[in-house]
Design a protein around this ligand. Structure first.
Ligand code: NAG
Ligand code: NAG
Length: 355
C-alpha cells in the first residue's frame, strides 16, 4: 500500500480506537479471533508475573506483579521444570470466569544469546497427526516432553471439578508464547477443550505454513500481539521465496506501534489480516529491538535478573509441593482449600538450581 493511504488508514484506526475509549474491538469475518484490548492488558500481567522466581509469593499471589488487573487470582498449580528451566502456572481468575494458564519465557543468562540462537532453529519435527505440518522440535518438546504438560492437564482437571466448566485462557511471552500455543492446540485437539482463548506477546514463529493453517482452524480464538520493532516475532526467519519450507506465523497478529504525525504521537493497535504474515504489520519494519521485546502495554516482561534458573521458596509452602526424581517441582493445592498467606516469606530455605 502507498505510504499516504497507509497513513490515512492508520490515523483512521486511531480515531476509531479513541472514539470508544481504551476499548478497541474489531470483528473478523474469517475467524473467531476478536481483539479485546482490555483482555490483552489483563493477560499481559499474568505473562509478566510468571517470570517471578519467588514461588511463595507467586503461590499466594502476593508478588509485586501479582496485583492490579490480576488481583484475587487463585493459583492452583505452579510447575517448575528445573531440568529445562521452564515455569508455568495455572489458576482461576474469577473476574474473567476463566482458568488462566501462563508460561514463562526463557531465563537464560542473556536474552541476546537466546535471540541469536533463534536464527538457526530448524523445522525439524512433523507435528503428530497433521500431514505436512512441521514445527521446531525444541519448542514442541518444551511443552510436550517435560513435566509442564502433565502438570497443566492435571490442574485443569482439578479446577474444572471444583469450579465447573470455565473458559480457558492461555498466555505467555516470547518462548512462553510458543509454549502457550502448543498448549492451546493440545487442549483443543487432544482434550476436547472448547472456548480456548490465546493471547501471546512477542512470540517467535513455531512452525511452517501447513502448521499455521491447522492451528488457525483448530484454535481460532488466538491473538498474537507484536510490539513495534520487537525482534523475536521476526524469528526464526520467514523466507517468502520458499513458501513451503519456511516458518510461517499463525493468525491473528495485532501489531502495536507508534505513529508520529509531527509533534503528535499515537499508539496504534493494528489488527492484522488472517494470513499470519501480514506484510503491513510487524513485517513492515525491521525487527531490531530487544527493548521492544521486553515491554508490552507498559508491562515488564522479563525476570528481575538475567541469571541461571533459580527459584526461591518458603519451607512452609513446600508442604504443597512435590519433587520428582529429577528435581522438577510442582506446587499445587486443592482448589477447595485456601493457602494461608500470612507469615509466609522466602527469606529462608532458598532452593537454587541452575540449568
Ligand atoms: C473484553 O474483555 C473484558 C475482560 O474479560 C470483558 O469484560 C469484556 O466484556 C470484553 N469485551 C468484549 C466486547 O468481549
Ligand atoms: C519425547 O520423549 C519420549 C520418551 O522419552 C521420546 O520417545 C520421544 O521421542 C520424545 N519426543 C520428542 C518429539 O522429542
Amino acid at each position: 500500500m502507498e505510504q499516504k493511504s497507509w497513513l490515512i488508514l492508520a490515523i483512521f484506526t486511531c480515531l476509531i480506537a479513541s472514539s470508544c475509549g481504551r476499548e478497541m474491538h474489531v470483528k473478523n469475518k474469517d475467524n473467531h479471533a476478536v481483539y479485546n484490548h482490555t483482555l490483552a492488558t489483563i493477560l499481559v500481567e499474568y505473562a509478566s508475573a510468571v517470570y517471578m522466581s519467588d514461588l511463595t509469593e507467586l503461590f499466594t499471589w502476593t508478588c509485586e506483579r501479582c496485583n492490579g488487573l490480576t488481583e484475587g487470582f487463585e493459583v492452583i498449580e505452579i510447575i517448575v521444570d528445573i531440568q529445562n528451566c521452564l515455569q508455568a502456572f495455572v489458576g482461576v481468575a474469577k473476574n474473567l470466569n476463566a482458568i488462566v494458564i501462563a508460561f514463562r519465557g526463557t531465563q537464560e543468562h542473556s536474552i541476546q544469546n537466546w535471540v541469536e540462537d533463534l536464527f538457526w532453529k530448524q523445522l525439524d519435527l512433523n507435528y503428530p497427526g497433521m500431514p505436512d505440518a512441521m514445527v521446531h522440535h525444541g519448542f514442541y518438546t518444551a511443552y510436550h516432553n517435560t513435566t509442564i504438560r502433565p502438570g497443566i492437564l492435571n490442574s485443569i482437571k482439578e479446577a474444572k471439578e471444583f469450579y465447573g466448566d470455565l473458559d480457558i485462557m492461555v498466555t505467555g511471552h516470547s518462548m512462553g508464547g510458543a509454549m502457550a500455543s502448543f498448549c492451546a492446540l493440545d487442549l483443543s485437539v487432544n482434550h476436547e477443550a472448547k472456548n480456548v482463548q490465546v493471547i501471546t506477546f512477542g512470540q517467535p514463529r513455531i512452525g511452517n505454513a501447513a502448521f499455521a493453517s491447522y492451528y488457525g482452524k483448530l484454535v481460532p480464538n488466538t491473538i498474537r500481539v507484536t510490539n513495534d520493532h520487537d525482534i523475536v516475532p521476526h524469528l526464526p526467519p520467514y523466507y517468502s521465496y520458499f513458501p513451503q519450507k519456511t516458518y510461517h506465523h499463525f493468525p491473528r497478529e495485532v501489531w502495536l506501534y507508534n505513529l508520529g504525525v509531527e509533534s503528535l504521537v499515537y499508539r496504534v493497535e493494528k489488527v492484522c489480516d488472517g494470513s499470519g504474515e501480514d506484510p503491513t504489520c510487524s513485517r513492515s519494519v525491521t525487527g531490531n529491538s530487544i527493548a521492544d521485546h521486553l515491554n508490552y502495554y507498559g508491562v515488564d516482561l522479563m525476570c528481575q535478573q538475567w541469571r541461571s534458573c533459580r527459584i526461591v521458596m518458603d519451607p512452609r509452602v513446600s508442604e504443597y509441593g512435590k519433587t520428582d526424581h529429577k528435581g522438577n517441582f510442582i506446587l499445587s493445592r486443592d482448589p477447595a482449600t485456601l493457602v494461608l498467606k500470612s507469615n509466609m516469606r522466602s527469606t529462608e530455605g532458598e532452593v537454587t538450581s541452575s540449568a
